[in-house]
Design a protein around this ligand. Structure first.
Ligand SMILES: [Zn+2]
Length: 329
């Protein structure tokens, strides 16, 4: 019995050893298999890389526009060499907005005129839209107090010398709202208001904050508009010629010749006219010269163009003329 017990007791350990060895071998083989198999799960990892490479064309497509963006500068330069040699001229038509008829007639000329629109004129917004549609520059024609006020009335939306700074800004902001698409401002009348740098300052700062330029209509020989705007860092200039302060074709033709002459001498010039029958007739007849002898552009372009070498002139720096003062009001 004890032998049996011994043999019975000894046998199980052998079996157990063999069994555990066998089982251990299986487990080992399984683990080895897993270990060797583990590269297999690693294979999908390269696959995403391949997929990433396949999805790479998306960034490549994004890169293409930058290649396209680089293209435009190439073809442009050869087209324009003749144009800079022509003097720049801008013609502003003041007092626009009362009616659509003159706006349509002037737009039909196909000349890049600038329309300066009175904020409370009945058709102000319609004229601004028409100008915008025709690619013409729009300005706010900002009423300012003249020396003859109140006998001489600049109309609604006027800036008066007796107004507080807050009131001036309130009136200006409402005026600007009424003339959409305006890229700049010039004064309507203003022979008294424009002499006051203290009043001009808040007005000009507001224009500057909106990125608008200021063109001094130069309705007084002592106007501080240009100097103030320049001092505050606005894009600015001054009217050189009034085309039609004297309502005769002879006088308008004289001023037209003068405008072209000034532009040739200085490289650029700014004129102001009005939507009157004689002025519109003159513009129609002068259109061929305005197309060929000068480069007619919007006011902004004249203000932004540098003065020709050797000439410190800015448009409007000509000495005050009686014409300007008389027409200025
Ligand atoms: Zn005016």
């Amino acid at each position: 019995m004890p032998r049996r017990k011994k043999s019975q007791k000894a046998a199980p350990p052998l079996r157990r050893v063999l069994w555990t060895l066998g089982a251990g071998g299986v487990v080992f083989a399984f683990l080895v298999g897993l270990w060797w198999g583990s590269p297999a799960p690693k294979l999908p990892a390269p696959k995403p890389k391949v997929q990433a490479k396949q999805s790479a064309p998306a960034p490549a497509v994004k890169a293409q526009p930058t290649v396209k963006e680089a293209k435009p500068p190439l073809p442009v330069p050869p087209v324009k060499p003749a144009e800079p040699s022509l003097p720049l001229v801008a013609i502003i038509i003041d007092d626009m907005g009362h009616s659509l008829d003159p706006a349509r007639r002037l737009a039909a000329l196909g000349l890049p005129l600038t329309f300066s629109i009175l904020p409370y004129a009945a058709q102000a917004k319609a004229v601004a839209r028409l100008a915008q549609d025709k690619g013409l520059e729009v300005m706010l024609h900002l009423p300012m107090e003249p020396k003859g006020y109140p006998g001489q009335n600049p109309g609604q939306g006027v800036l008066l010398c007796g107004m507080s700074q807050e009131k001036l800004l309130e009136v200006l902001r409402e005026d600007l709202k009424r003339v959409p698409h305006a890229v700049g401002v010039n004064n309507h009348m203003g022979s008294r208001f424009s002499l006051r740098p203290d009043l001009l300052r808040p007005v000009l700062l507001e224009l500057k904050s909106r990125g608008l330029f200021y063109l001094d209509s130069f309705t007084s020989a002592d106007s501080q508009g240009l100097a103030s705007a320049r001092g505050l860092g606005l894009r600015t200039g001054r009217r050189d010629v009034f085309l039609d302060h004297e309502a005769s074709r002879e006088a308008i033709d004289f001023q037209m010749r003068r405008l072209l002459q000034l532009a040739r001498e200085r490289g650029k010039a700014v004129a102001i006219g009005h939507p009157r029958p004689l002025t519109m007739q003159a513009l129609e007849e002068w259109a061929p010269q305005l197309r060929t002898q000068v480069r007619l552009v919007g006011v902004l372009k004249v203000l932004e163009s540098p003065s020709p070498p050797g000439q410190a002139h800015q448009p409007g720096q000509s000495p005050p003329t009686q014409q300007g003062v008389k027409a200025g009001q």
